[in-house]
Write a protein of this length. Structure first.
Length: 811
RNA sequence: GCCGAUGUGGCGAAAUUGGCAGACGCACGUGACUCAAAAUCACGCGGAGCGAUCCGUGCCGGUUCGAGUCCGGCCAUCGGCACCA
């Protein structure tokens, strides 16, 4: 082996190439209609004070590999980056230290940017955006106004989580096990007037849209479950006592209208309006009131904690009439019926619903079997496949499916009910009583009501304030800025007040991928040309934790923008994949309190960005949670060092080239395919094997090295560029080169090794000329002397031959 | 409780989807180099046995010439949802 040229010094090489890419503006995307576009997206980070952690680069490196590969394949690639910078940590820091959140955010962004740049991602930094930039949130506000104008934003009284110690409203994510995440104080529900977005209007569209996109199945399933579509019927029961109100009708929602004959009582939720309307007719109103107060006091947490133990109170003096058979049944209230779903009232069929059964069992209510197949004295029979209707008049003898159809037709005809679809999806609570968010651009006028701020006056900027703490009543700190709050009505000019609530963190991230297409446009949120060229996003990778919030919210906004003609495709993302979490070395989730956090800077200091990137991709299956191993990362450094030292093994022997050709071709095929399937671990393993093979031979030709460098470049861009340049493998750098192709015919070797089995057990291995078919392989094996010896004296009963793999001889 | 995923060496994991289980890497062991160590290179590395062989992919059963992979029934771990009628 020749003397080594010089040592592998990642720090020098990486700084050098990062500068070259910057100076060259190598990854800036420009619209070019002669080229096919590829838009690759990763979730833009929240620039937290802790800096980057090793989880971020997993997603980023994966998409960087795809982006770099696409460029080599000739695509015009958009791979942008930005900052999701509104949010609670910056605000909490501001409250504590009386520093403007913008200041700390800017410092964090600077730190994150340095860290990301060190890793060598091929982001288009010229398109960097920041959700807290007024030039950005101007358009977030603009989209909100569109929603408002279309009636999709409305104000409603909804319960929020209120921390009794901090005296602040908390987001659901901040409530952990019923107490405040920060101070451990009790969290109670408090009704507040909030801006809501009518995402429920889009439930069906968001569900249908899933059919047209390539999301991994897990994501689709979670979104479907979250939207929670169910088909059933609304049925009107008459309540004679309520004749004067509601026309004496109480409507329920049920997915089992077929069991209508089995309804033995009704339950309304404690919040149901009918209770107050019937107050004079309810004989035990005091008891009912006490129960309602008890239910209201319970937090959501308590309600679910005691989910299995049913409670309730009968509405004495009130009965309902089952429309199908005229039977009078009692009416109860219980908190197992939710006011927010269906009609807030149910018909209880204890024989065929587990919750109703538990309730009936506890309070001694009658249980009538109407679907045969189980033992309703022991528990509810809920099977809908095999049962047959009984005790059900004209439904007797029908299957559940037939009975459903028949009863719905009957109800519809008589005007007693109709088919109904319900969704679990709730409207989106959109306001926060916080400072560090986009101001909601509305003005409340005593004469005109809520009025939009005119587009020409956007953005409504956040004013500078001193104190970021919410008021005692839980209002946003913006209420303490009278000169900002007091304004005039844009419609009538009368004195009016601005909305002081701000938007949630999800707002800015619901459309950022659109802004990336045209980030510096002052006149529109995106130009038609940019949007038509770049959208939709071809491939979006991100965490599973965003499946039901960010991913659903952004699909909602995009679909809305499509409906009003502002964007030209209905779905924003064609393909969505997810990465697994990186755990600490002890296999637990990385966290400061566990003391198992790995700082990427330390790793890069030791082994360089390339080895860090390679390790993040090699450590295990991309979609699974994997514990970090610094030793394992060092192994990847060793691999790159071995690649570096291939420079000492260069030769121009025809023979060496011949011998490596088949492996090189196989590696191109394997790596090309595995990168696409996000199977980075096996792609890198294949390159390692290829390098091991070269070491076994002791030399490599320029062409075979060239192929390896191209394949490895997306994962380890710096070292591969440097070797490429050192060895003058081309007059242009790799990032301006082309992805290697493979020669299918060169994949075939002269001979293949197959296994010879006797009765399913491997007895020996045999080299067989490749290209042999089934019969030829079989004959070849049976004529082999060693094989003959193995089956000597036995009767061959059957031979199974699989060309290129195996011959199994049954004796 | 419901939905989803996973279960393979000391560890992270592979296995062309029914065809040689453990590729690749970590850790470990032996040797070479070295005064020595580190680094590097070479070899070994599921278990039992000197051996030919036998056993082995969470457990029990089945289909098949052949099962990590398919079918039936369990167990365990992780993630999401959770009184949604």
């Amino acid at each position: 082996m020749k003397e080594r040229i010089f040592e592998y010094k990642p720090a020098e090489i990486e700084a050098k190439w990062q500068k070259i890419w910057d100076d060259d503006r190598a990854f800036e995307a420009k619209i070019d209609h002669t080229k096919k576009k590829f838009y690759g997206l990763i979730e833009f980070p929240y620039p937290s004070g802790n800096g980057l952690h090793v989880g971020h680069p997993r997603s980023n490196t994966a998409m960087d590999i795809i982006a770099r590969k696409r460029r080599l394949e000739g695509y015009n690639v958009l791979f942008p980056i930005g900052w999701d910078a509104f949010g609670l940590p910056a605000e909490n820091y501001a409250i504590k230290n009386k520093v403007h959140p913008a200041k700390i955010t800017a410092a964090n962004v600077k730190h994150f940017k340095e860290q990301l740049k060190r890793i060598g991602f091929s982001f288009d930094w010229s398109r960097e955006i920041n959700t807290t930039d007024p030039d950005y949130y101007k358009w977030t506000q603009w989209i909100f106004l569109k929603l408002f104008e279309k009636g999709l934003a409305y104000k409603a009284e909804v319960p929020i989580n209120w921390c009794t110690q901090c005296k602040v409203g908390l987001a659901n994510e901040e409530v952990v096990n019923g107490v405040c995440e920060r101070c451990g104080g009790d969290v109670v529900r408090r009704v507040k007037s909030q801006w809501m977005l009518k995402i429920t209007d889009y439930a069906q569209k968001l569900l249908d849209g899933l059919c047209d996109v390539e999301f991994i199945e897990k994501v689709k399933t979670q979104q479907r479950n979250w939207i929670g579509r169910s088909e059933g019927a609304e049925v009107n029961f008459t309540v004679p006592a309520a004749k004067d109100t509601d026309n004496g009708i109480l409507t329920v929602y049920t997915t089992r209208p077929d069991t209508l004959f089995g309804a033995t009582y009704m339950v309304v939720s404690p919040e149901h309006p009918i209770i107050d309307k019937l107050r004079d007719r309810i004989e035990n109103f005091d008891e009912v009131t006490a129960y309602r107060a008890e239910a209201a006091k319970k937090s959501d947490f308590e309600r679910t904690e005691i989910a299995k133990d049913k409670t309730g109170v009968p509405l004495k003096g009130i009965t309902a009439v089952n429309p199908v058979n005229g039977k009078e049944i009692p009416v109860w209230i219980s908190d197992y019926v939710l006011i927010s779903y269906g009609t807030g009232a149910i018909m209880a069929v204890p024989a065929h619903d587990e919750r109703d059964w538990a309730f009936a069992d506890k309070f001694g209510l009658p249980i009538i079997e109407v679907v045969k197949g189980g033992d309703v004295s022991k528990g509810a029979y809920t099977d809908i496949e095999s049962g047959v209707l009984v005790n059900s008049g004209f439904l007797d003898g029908l299957s559940v499916a037939e009975a459903k159809k028949t009863i719905i037709e009957w109800l519809t005809e008589k005007g007693l009910g109709h088919r109904k679809v319900n969704y679990k999806l709730r409207d989106w609570v959109f306001s926060r009583q916080r400072y560090w968010g986009e101001p909601i651009p509305l003005v409340k006028c005593p004469h005109c009501g809520w009025v939009s701020v005119p587009e020409s006056e956007l953005p409504v900027k956040l004013p500078d304030i001193e104190n970021y703490v919410q008021t005692d009543s839980g209002e946003s700190p913006l209420v303490n800025v009278p000169e900002w709050v007091h304004t005039t009505c844009p419609k009538c000019g009368a004195p009016a007040e601005r909305e002081t609530d701000t938007m949630p963190q999800w707002a800015g991230s619901s459309w950022y991928f659109i802004r990336y297409c045209d980030p510096h446009n002052d006149d529109e949120f995106v130009s038609k040309e940019a949007m038509d060229y770049w959208l939709p996003v071809d491939w979006y990778n991100g965490g599973m934790e965003h499946t039901t919030l960010h991913l659903l919210y952004s699909r909602f906004w995009h679909r809305f923008l499509y409906d009003i003609g502002a964007v030209s495709c209905p779905e924003p993302y064609i393909k969505r994949t997810s990465h697994g979490m990186i755990l600490g070395e002890n296999g637990e989730k990385m966290s400061k309190s566990r003391g198992n956090v790995i700082n990427p800077d330390d790793i890069i200091d030791e082994i360089g960005a390339d080895a860090f990137r390679v390790y993040e991709m090699f450590m295990g299956a991309f979609d699974q949670a994997i514990p970090w191993s610094t030793q394992g990362a060092r192994g990847c450094y060793r691999f790159l060092e071995r690649v570096w030292k291939l420079q000492d093994m260069l030769c121009d022997s025809e023979e060496v080239s011949q011998e490596l050709r088949a492996s090189a071709n196989a590696t191109v095929k394997k790596v090309s395919e595995d990168y696409e399937k996000l199977k980075f671990n096996t792609a890198i393993a294949a390159m390692m094997s290829y390098v091991n093979e070269i070491y076994a031979k002791g030399s490599v030709t320029r062409e075979e090295l060239r192929i390896l460098l191209l394949l490895l470049n997306p994962a380890a861009p710096h070292i591969t560029e440097e070797i490429w340049q050192q060895q003058a493998l081309s007059d242009k750098p790799i990032y301006k080169s082309s992805w290697p192709t493979y020669d299918e015919s060169a994949l075939v070797k002269d001979e293949v090794e197959i296994a010879v089995q006797i009765c399913g057990k491997v007895r020996m291995k045999l080299m067989v000329p490749s290209g042999y078919n089934k019969d030829e392989t079989e004959r070849f094996a049976l004529e082999n002397d060693s094989v003959k010896k193995l089956i000597d004296g036995k009767t061959v009963r059957k031979v199974i031959a699989v060309p290129g793999r195996i011959v199994n001889i049954v004796v």
